[in-house]
Unconditional design. Structure first.
Length: 278
């Protein structure tokens, strides 16, 4: 049975797409291996004895001396189940550790939608070390009747469980919104307290954004001068608590004029206030 060790997320300086082998066995064991291999080759060559037979002997020799996988170190995972990684390694664990095909492990792990960078290391005599940098999800893009996790580059992360991200990530709507979300989110992060009240963003006509706040108000941002408009919202909230004045809409598209809209329809207001909960 394979053991796994999870050691957190400190893999920022890993080289991308590299597979290496590292021999940490003692000089004595290396000496024994060298003698065994030389003896095997000489015996096979001189006596014309079946190489497959000695290959099995060599495999048994390695296993007897502890050159088998009994430890898997996994670094950097947050969303990839460790059981998935162990299963992939276990599929290649057919004899001694030297026969483990690291390239197959690498290719199978690269197929996981969360993997950004990957580093695999064979640490003799008995350890496979796997370090992963995962992609970072910045939002949930609702497009074509489905929900998709997206990265800062607009790339879609293939994952089966999106529901667990609904609490922490904003919902993003609109054509090409996935490619443009990172720029607006960077601006909004300048005031994280206020940003926590935003549950949804609409990308309008490929040029500007609407912000949906949990208080039921929709803020219409301009296509240019977005940072200035955002700072204006921060100021209005600080001085007047604008999010809680009962407004249904705050229009900042005109930099020289701020327009607010009030609705007497309490059902509409309550409906908007509860939309983010679903």
């Amino acid at each position: 049975m394979l053991n796994s060790i999870i050691k957190g997320n400190d893999v920022n300086k890993l080289n991308i797409d590299r597979i290496t082998n590292k021999n940490t066995r003692s000089n004595f064991t290396a000496y024994l291996l060298t003698i065994f291999i030389i003896s095997l080759l000489l015996t096979t060559f001189l006596n014309n004895i079946d190489f497959e037979k000695y290959s099995k002997l060599f495999n048994n020799f390695l296993i007897k001396n502890g050159f088998t996988i009994n430890n898997i170190q996994i670094l950097g995972i947050k969303n990839i189940p460790k059981e998935t990684i162990i299963k992939i390694v276990n599929n290649e664990n057919k004899s001694n550790i030297l026969n483990v095909n690291l390239l197959n492990i690498y290719n199978n792990l690269r197929n996981n939608g969360w993997v950004e960078e990957l580093y695999i290391e064979r640490v003799l005599p008995n350890t496979i070390k796997i370090s992963i940098i995962e992609k970072e999800a910045i939002g949930i893009w609702q497009y074509e009747m489905s929900n998709k996790l997206i990265t800062k580059n607009g790339e879609i992360i293939s994952t089966a469980n999106i529901n667990k991200f609904k609490i922490d990530l904003p919902i993003i709507h609109g054509n090409h919104a996935n490619k443009n979300a990172n720029s607006i989110l960077k601006i909004l992060e300048t005031n994280k307290v206020l940003t926590k009240n935003i549950w949804s963003l609409d990308y309008i006509n490929n040029r500007r954004w609407n912000l949906h706040f949990k208080q039921g108000i929709i803020v219409l941002l301009p296509s240019k001068g977005v940072l200035k408009a955002w700072n204006e919202i921060i100021k209005l909230q600080k001085n007047y608590d604008v999010l809680n004045l009962g407004l249904t809409e705050l229009d900042l598209r005109n930099p020289n004029k701020i327009l607010g809209k009030i609705s007497v329809d309490k059902d509409l207001i309550n409906h908007r206030k509860n939309l983010w909960r679903f």
